[in-house]
Design a protein around this ligand. Structure first.
Ligand code: NAD
Length: 340
């Protein structure tokens, strides 16, 4: 059985990815320091797949901790690197925390991959590296711009560190997946997104409002240059996104370019109002919301050209927006102890 190491594997996207690797027959080793997740996620994964992944509570920003795990699992064929902090606003307030965690993490991972001959890396990048693109949809050739936040900058810097490292050694190969906006939860409602505190992202805010945890949803701006005036994003189902990582590892183990980038989205933009309507339609819940001013730093509209992922990686988003939004609601009800 082929083995992969998944950093950040108890997090939101990481946990869904662990499930997809196990379903595809891989053995999975997780490294996570539980700074933004909890150990019960491993139970959720086991209850979905019938297999318990090996789990190490360890900090990827600590060189020795990464060495301890990689030295025990030097038979792994790939590392999927999710472990990072991801709150844009917090990164503006605490840039050094973000640079330390997100940059030191990739440095340690690459260093130990070289030392233990684990040759393939899949990296979690983001469409944030494109900023507000001049042309839509965004292809992988669209320019990478100066990021709006320290968080965004850590994604750009991570990609640069990966490319420089690959250039210095003939051994390693890497794929950077630039995620658009991951939403939803596993169809079993046994794992999902667990935002700590007030959610930054639209869908957890919607589900928390619908369940009564928040008073109402603020829609930031209805005067954008979009059909209904609200901002547009490309919302990608988290299980579909997870499957792209399995495809990426297969591709890395074939003969191809040493560094490749893929956009991972649906190829379709949805406005904030369209998401609200999809939520109301698919769950039967009415949502309280109000229109407020635009939020600083938000781009107007962005969605992916996924032709490269569809044709080269052999991956395509499959789930509909309604089933994805509904899966987030089923998860929210489960987390709050309501019957699903
Ligand atoms: P998440 O916070 O749910 O998961 C990240 C996991 O990494 C958490 O379990 C956390 O405990 C762990 N972690 C953080 N720092 C660590 C460290 N130093 N050592 C060990 N573990 C550590 O976030 P997510 O939404 O699952 O995101 C996963 C990756 O995808 C991140 O790199 C994020 O930047 C990237 N990404 C996320 C989105 C999104 O909207 N969720 C979009 C684009 C890219």
């Amino acid at each position: 059985m082929q083995k992969v190491i998944i950093t950040g594997g108890t997090g939101y996207i990481g946990s869904h990815t662990v499930v997809e690797f196990q379903n595809a027959g891989y053995e999975v080793v997780i490294i996570d320091n539980l700074s933004n997740s909890n150990i019960e996620v491993v139970d959720g994964i086991e209850s979905i797949t019938g297999k318990r992944p090996q789990f190490y509570k360890a900090d990827v920003a600590c060189h020795k901790a990464v060495d301890d795990v990689f030295s025990k699992h030097d038979d792994a064929i790939a590392v999927i690197h999710f472990a990072a902090y991801k709150a844009v606003g917090e990164s503006v307030k605490k840039p050094l925390l973000y640079y330390h965690n997100n940059v030191q993490g990739i440095v340690n991972v690459l260093d130990k991959m070289q030392e233990y001959n684990i040759l393939n890396l899949v990296f979690s990048s983001s469409c944030t590296v494109y900023g507000q693109p001049e042309k839509l949809p965004v292809t992988e050739e669209s320019p990478v711009v100066k990021p709006e936040s320290p968080y965004g900058n850590t994604k750009k810097i991570n990609e640069e560190i990966i490319v420089d490292t690959l250039n210095s050694t003939r051994k390693l190969k890497a794929i950077s997946l630039r995620y658009f906006n991951p939403i939803g939860a596993h169809e079993s409602a046994k794992i999902g997104e667990l935002p700590l505190g007030v959610p930054d992202n639209l869908l957890p805010y919607i589900t928390q409002t619908a369940i009564g945890l928040r008073k109402e949803l603020s829609v930031f701006g209805d005067d954008y240059n979009t059909p209904d005036g609200t901002a547009i994003r490309d919302y990608i189902n988290v299980t579909d996104l997870a499957k792209a990582h399995v495809k990426a590892v297969s591709r890395l183990t074939e003969d191809h370019d040493r560094f490749e980038v893929f956009n991972v989205g649906t190829g379709k933009g949805s406005s904030v109002m369209e998401i609200i309507l999809a939520f109301e339609r698919s769950t039967g819940q009415e949502l309280k919301y109000k229109i407020v001013d635009r939020r600083a730093g938000d781009v107007e509209q962005v969605w992916a050209d996924t032709t490269k992922a569809n044709t080269v990686l052999g991956w395509k988003a499959e789930k509909t927006l309604d089933e994805t939004v509904k899966s987030a609601w089923e998860w929210e009800k489960r987390v709050r102890g309501e019957s699903v």
